[in-house]
Write a protein that binds this ligand. Structure first.
Ligand SMILES: NC(=O)c1ccc[n+]([C@@H]2O[C@H](COP(=O)([O-])OP(=O)(O)OC[C@H]3O[C@@H](n4cnc5c(N)ncnc54)[C@H](OP(=O)(O)O)[C@@H]3O)[C@@H](O)[C@H]2O)c1
Length: 336
C-alpha cells in the first residue's frame, strides 16, 4: 500500500510517499481501507515539527479518516467486513473523564495516523459513519467536530445562549453549526472580508472582522447589550485569551482549545477571576461524545463544510493550502 510518513525531517515538502506492507489486524483490532482523510491545524504543526519533535519515526500523519472495514482481528465482535466507519482521534478514550493514558493513543502523533491506503484501529476506536454522510464528510469529524461538541455540550450550552466563534477554520464552523442546532445565537469573527458573508449563510447572527476591529471584544459587548457571551470557543490562545475573557459574560465559560496566535505568551489571569469566568481546557473528546454528536448531526441533517478536496497524490499541496489560511471549513484528501 501507499502511505505518507514523517521520517526525522520536518516540513511539508519533506513528507515521504512510500510503499509499505498492508498491516494485519491483531486481537481487538480492525483494518480499514481509508477512503478519505481530513486535515487539522494540528497536522500542520505535527508535519512542520512545531507540535513535538519527539515522534515515533517513521510516523504516518493525520488523525482523521473514514473508510470501510476490510478485516477484523481475533475477538472482535462489534464490526464486520464492509462496515463503513470513522476513526476516533483517541483510540483509548471510550467515555467518562480524560486520563493520562488517553493522549498516548492519539492517531497521527503518538502512533500512526490515516494518510495511508489502509490503517489499523482498536475495536472501540471507530464509530459508524452516519448514513447520510459521504466518506469525505465523515472524515471531517473526529478532531474538529468532536472538539466543537465537547466545547459546547460539555461546556453547559443551553438553548438561548450566545456563543462566540473565532475564524472560519474546522473547529469554529462545527461550533457554529452545532450551536445553531441547539438553538443558540452565534456571533462569529473572521479576518477576511470575503468570508464574512459565508459565516452569515451558515447561520452566524453577527459577524465581526477582527482585522478591521482589532478590539473585537468591544463589538461583542456592544452586540450583547454590554453583558458578553455565554461561551467562547477560544482557538487563538495566548494572543486572544484576554480579549475572550473581556467578551465573556460574568460567570461565562471559555472553552480553551487553540494556539493559532502561537504556543507561548503571558497574560494577566486576574480579569477571569473578577468576572468569575470558567476556563475549560478541551482536548478533543471521547468515543461517547463522538456518537452523541453524530446523533445530532443526523437529526439536524448537518452537512460538514468541505472547502476543497485534494487527491492523495497531492497531500503536500493540501497541507500548503491549509497553511495559507484561505480555507473555510475543512480540507479533505480523497484516497485512490
Ligand atoms: N485542543 C484540542 O483538542 C484542539 C482540537 C482541534 C483544534 N485545536 C486547535 O484549534 C485551532 C484551530 O484549529 P482548526 O483545525 O480549526 O484550524 P484551521 O481549520 O486551520 O482554521 C484556522 C482559521 O482560524 C482563523 N484564525 C487564524 N488566526 C486567528 C486569530 N488570531 N484570531 C481568530 N481567528 C484566527 C482563520 O480564519 P479566518 O480566515 O476566518 O480569520 C484561519 O483560517 C488550532 O490552534 C488547533 O491546534 C485544538
Amino acid at each position: 500500500m501507499k502511505r505518507y510518513v514523517i521520517d526525522r525531517e520536518f516540513g511539508i515538502d519533506e513528507l515521504k510517499l512510500e510503499e509499505a506492507e498492508i498491516p494485519q489486524p491483531g486481537p481487538g483490532e480492525v483494518l480499514v481501507k481509508i477512503k478519505a482523510a481530513s486535515l487539522n491545524y494540528r497536522d500542520l504543526l505535527m508535519v512542520t515539527g512545531n507540535y513535538t519533535r519527539n515522534l515515533p519515526f517513521p510516523l504516518v500523519p493525520l488523525s482523521d479518516g473514514a473508510g470501510e472495514i476490510v478485516s477484523v482481528g481475533g475477538g472482535v465482535t462489534r464490526w464486520k467486513e464492509g462496515d463503513r466507519v470513522i476513526g476516533c482521534f483517541f483510540q483509548e478514550w471510550q467515555a467518562g473523564r480524560i486520563n493520562s493514558m488517553v493522549p498516548k493513543s492519539a492517531l497521527g502523533g503518538a502512533g500512526n495516523g490515516v494518510l495511508a491506503e489502509y490503517a489499523l484501529f482498536r475495536e472501540g476506536g471507530v464509530v459508524p459513519l452516519p448514513e447520510q454522510l459521504t466518506f469525505e464528510e465523515g472524515a471531517t469529524l473526529p478532531c474538529a467536530g468532536v472538539t466543537a461538541w465537547n466545547c459546547l455540550y460539555k461546556g453547559g450550552l443551553t438553548c438561548g445562549d450566545t456563543v462566540l466563534t473565532m475564524g472560519t477554520g474546522g473547529v469554529s464552523l462545527f461550533a457554529l453549526q452545532l450551536a445553531k442546532a441547539a438553538g443558540a445565537r452565534v456571533i462569529s469573527t473572521t479576518g477576511s472580508v470575503a468570508k464574512e458573508e459565508r459565516l452569515r449563510e451558515l447561520g452566524a447572527s453577527e459577524v465581526i472582522n477582527y482585522k478591521k476591529h482589532p478590539d473585537w471584544e468591544k463589538q461583542v459587548l456592544q452586540l450583547t447589550g454590554g453583558s458578553g457571551v455565554d461561551i467562547v470557543i477560544e482557538v487563538g490562545g495566548a494572543g486572544t485569551l484576554l480579549q475572550s475573557i473581556k467578551a465573556c459574560r460574568m460567570g461565562g465559560q471559555i472553552s480553551l482549545i487553540g494556539v493559532l496566535t502561537g504556543q507561548r505568551g503571558e497574560m494577566n489571569p486576574f480579569p477571569a477571576v473578577m468576572k468569575g469566568v470558567s476556563i475549560h481546557g478541551v482536548y478533543v473528546g471521547s468515543r461517547e461524545m463522538f456518537e452523541e454528536m453524530n446523533r445530532t448531526i443526523a437529526l439536524h441533517r448537518i452537512r460538514p463544510v468541505i472547502d476543497r478536496l485534494f487527491p492523495f497524490a497531492e497531500a503536500r499541496e493540501a497541507l500548503h493550502y491549509l497553511e495559507s489560511g484561505a480555507h473555510v471549513g475543512k480540507v479533505v484528501i480523497a484516497m485512490p
